[in-house]
Design a protein around this ligand. Structure first.
Ligand SMILES: Nc1ncnc2c1ncn2[C@@H]1O[C@H](COP(=O)(O)OP(=O)(O)O)[C@@H](O)[C@H]1O
Ligand SMILES: [Mg+2]
Length: 314
């Protein structure tokens, strides 16, 4: 059993984020408790998991989430002065993976949460009520335990970079098709990731030949962790056939195991997590949030607060 892991699947639209998130979530849920979060611009994770019900979207309850997580932290005056990057401090409510306040649906042995649909326009830096801000707030206040997984199906785009969401993961899987377009997101991500010490592994998808693998390797080198072939089973599922992981092709099943093993080997770094939370909150405050709230939000940072399992209530 590894440390707890939060992983994001990012990549271009159509690359297979939702497909691979759903396959991986099914797989890793066999190893430990797992929350899957649909934070992709097109909300298809539930469908890919075969869920018949949709939980209440986190994006419609941002104000309540803020109020809940704020707890009685004296540095956060009210929910209105809490922004998506506001980090927890002493008095904040830290949550466990299965905190019932966050609506979820049970499917495939895991808990599914969703942001609710959002548009390209919602992805800007200054979006005060950003729906995926709800995910950042949740992750910032989450004290996940050993052997637990959080899997987020996420758009690679402006909001995640501007807000700091992309630093809230222990590891990011960048899904790339073996095309020039496919690897272009990798370059963009790599630039951000390198600046902020965010570990990224590339997962090839829709691979059809050794040439495809070579193409990815030429462009992303050592960062290529593994790859998925075009899957008839996934296609069949999309055509309405029943699907379980046992239907997946052996090579694709091995790729899932490689992802899970890589995650289980990833060490947790709470110190970095806390440092980056404060850093992004400061950036965010200066970029727009001080103006939006009329407050000096830097004062919300509690220098005496230490992230990690020690702060969570039993
Ligand atoms: N390995 C695969 N084998 C077969 N079809 C795939 C595979 N990966 C993705 N697809 C298909 O490609 C389309 C786009 O995938 P999706 O996961 O929705 O992409 P994204 O979430 O990145 O926009 C879907 O129809 C999906 O079923
Ligand atoms: Mg998707």
């Amino acid at each position: 059993m590894g440390d707890t892991v939060r992983v994001a699947f990012v990549g271009k639209g159509g690359s297979g984020k939702t497909t691979l998130s759903s396959l991986f979530a099914r797989y890793a849920a066999q190893r430990g408790p797992l929350v899957a979060v649909d934070a992709d611009i097109n909300q298809h994770l539930g469908l890919a998991l075969g869920a018949t019900a949709t939980p209440e979207p986190l994006g419609t309850m941002v104000a309540e989430i803020k109020d809940y997580l704020r707890g009685d932290n004296p540095l956060i005056r009210d929910a209105a002065s809490m922004v998506k990057t506001t980090p927890p401090g002493r008095g904040s409510r830290l949550v466990r993976l299965d905190d019932p306040f966050f609506p979820s649906t049970q499917v495939e042995g895991l808990s599914l949460m969703v942001t609710g649909p959002f548009a390209e326009d919602d992805l800007g830096v200054a979006c005060y009520h950003s729906k995926i801000g709800a995910v950042e707030l949740y992750l910032n206040h989450l004290v996940d335990g050993p052997g637990e997984y959080v899997v987020v199906d996420m758009t690679a785009g402006a909001d995640s970079f501007a807000s700091g969401l992309f630093t809230r993961f222990d590891l990011t899987f960048l899904v790339a098709e073996p095309t020039r377009q496919g690897v272009s997101v990798y370059r963009q991500y790599q630039e951000y990731a390198a600046d902020f010490d965010v570990p990224v592994a590339v997962v090839g998808n829709k691979i059809q030949s050794p040439d495809d693998v070579r193409f990815l390797r030429d462009h992303v080198g050592e960062d290529l962790l593994t790859w998925f072939e075009h899957s008839r089973a996934v296609r069949g599922m999309e055509q309405g056939m029943p699907f379980t992981l046992a239907d997946l092709e052996p090579a694709n099943r091995r790729a899932l195991a490689t992802l899970a093993d890589r995650l289980d080997a990833q060490p947790k770094d709470w110190e970095k997590f806390g440092r980056q939370a404060a850093e992004f909150h400061l950036r965010n405050a200066l970029a727009w949030a001080n103006r939006a709230t009329g407050e000096d939000l830097a004062a919300q940072i509690d220098p005496g607060f230490v992230y990690g399992p020690a702060v969570a209530a039993p």
